[in-house]
Design a binder for this molecule. Sequence first.
Ligand SMILES: Cc1cc2nc3c(=O)[nH]c(=O)nc-3n(C[C@H](O)[C@H](O)[C@H](O)COP(=O)(O)OP(=O)(O)OC[C@H]3O[C@@H](n4cnc5c(N)ncnc54)[C@H](O)[C@@H]3O)c2cc1C
Length: 406
Amino acid sequence: MSNQPSDVLIVGGGMVGLCIAHQLLERGVTTSITVLDKEPSLGRHSSGRNSGVLHAGLYYKPGTLKAQVCVAGARRLRAWVEQRGLPLNPCGKVIVPPRADLDPQLDVLAERGRANGATVELWDARQIQELIPEARTASGRALWSPNTAVVKPIKVVEHLQGELQQQGVRFVQGQLGWSIKPQQQQLKLSDGSTLSYGHLFNCAGLQADRVAHQFGVGRNYSLLPFKGLYWQLKPDCPIQPRTNLYPVPDLAVPFLGVHFTPSADTTPVVSIGPTATPAWGRENYRGLEALEPAMAAANLAVLARQYLANRGGFRRYVHEQAFLDLPPLLLRAAQQLIPSVRAEHLELSQKVGIRSQLFNHTTQRLEDDFLCLPGPASTHVLNAISPAFTASFALADLILDQAVLA
Ligand SMILES: Cc1cc2nc3c(=O)[nH]c(=O)nc-3n(C[C@H](O)[C@H](O)[C@H](O)COP(=O)(O)OP(=O)(O)OC[C@H]3O[C@@H](n4cnc5c(N)ncnc54)[C@H](O)[C@@H]3O)c2cc1C
């Protein structure tokens, strides 16, 4: 049985894992890096299935980790994408209040954006109409974020993997049934061969809590999966917004609300979504695949308790977002932004992702910020939620700054 040693072993080749490998090379820490992924190709989970929006950093409370890394991360990823000529739609973003009582939130977002270093402008109805004539704002005001852009996430993942391979990073893929001996710093693959390491980064996305538990880390946390479905405007729909159009989010609720996003294709496809409905499995993208009934039942019990206690505005999430996978409700949410959208303009998109949220069983609350925990010769990235894709290069630096490498 062979042993393949490396200084650093990264479990999970999504954007977070890949960017950690990239920054280890960039900082000259080591070139002895292995990335292990359970899938035969990368980008099969969140990093290849997201909206591709490079967020400008408006939503996050100054002082949070999200706020610290989003603006710089977006700049770095955008420059990286542009330098390589990968698809990018520099279309900006308009945020409108669907109800007049949400108007003051525009000022909160503008303040947060400026504090985080983002460029934002408050717009009046005339300015909005010039860019998206069909859009509606309940208060006559909107927020304009010129630096929001859209990329094709799977292209980014594939290209980054290719560059890392050229620089000598080793990829071990299609490996699901591995086991770990944390004290021996050794991971055993299903064929009996081993990967020994100096330090392990757990970047397993939707499975990161389960991997951490094997190290005795983060046992009071588990991930709750929410399914994100997308619809899209048919090519012959007369309304084709040229920019992102988002509702003012309820900042107490974890999800941003369904929005219009033009893709980074030469002829952009405008998607509407993603929804956020409790999922029946962490990787239950379609039909009955990867169902986890026991986990789903346990999660529904957690969500029911959140609903009853109304922690973190949870009741509003349930009333406004939990059932948006039902087409009439999705259409109604879309019409709050563009009233002239009709059912016949929409078709279901092939795109679907699972959005995880980390639940803290001690505090009985959802964690809102990135969370990174140390373990024996290891670091565990437990809550790489949005905007982790946008922020990935800067987030990787933050993780490396905190990690104690042997
Ligand atoms: C629907 C949706 C829309 C989103 N929109 C945006 C957006 O517009 N902008 C933005 O910035 N963010 C967005 N996000 C969030 C963003 O996609 C994630 O924050 C980011 O991709 C997380 O990257 P990751 O590397 O942590 O996880 P992943 O990309 O999920 O990668 C984890 C990897 O670990 C592997 N893995 C899992 N378990 C194991 C195991 N046991 N052994 C080995 N390998 C394992 C998986 O195969 C996978 O390749 C969105 C997410 C979703 C789901």
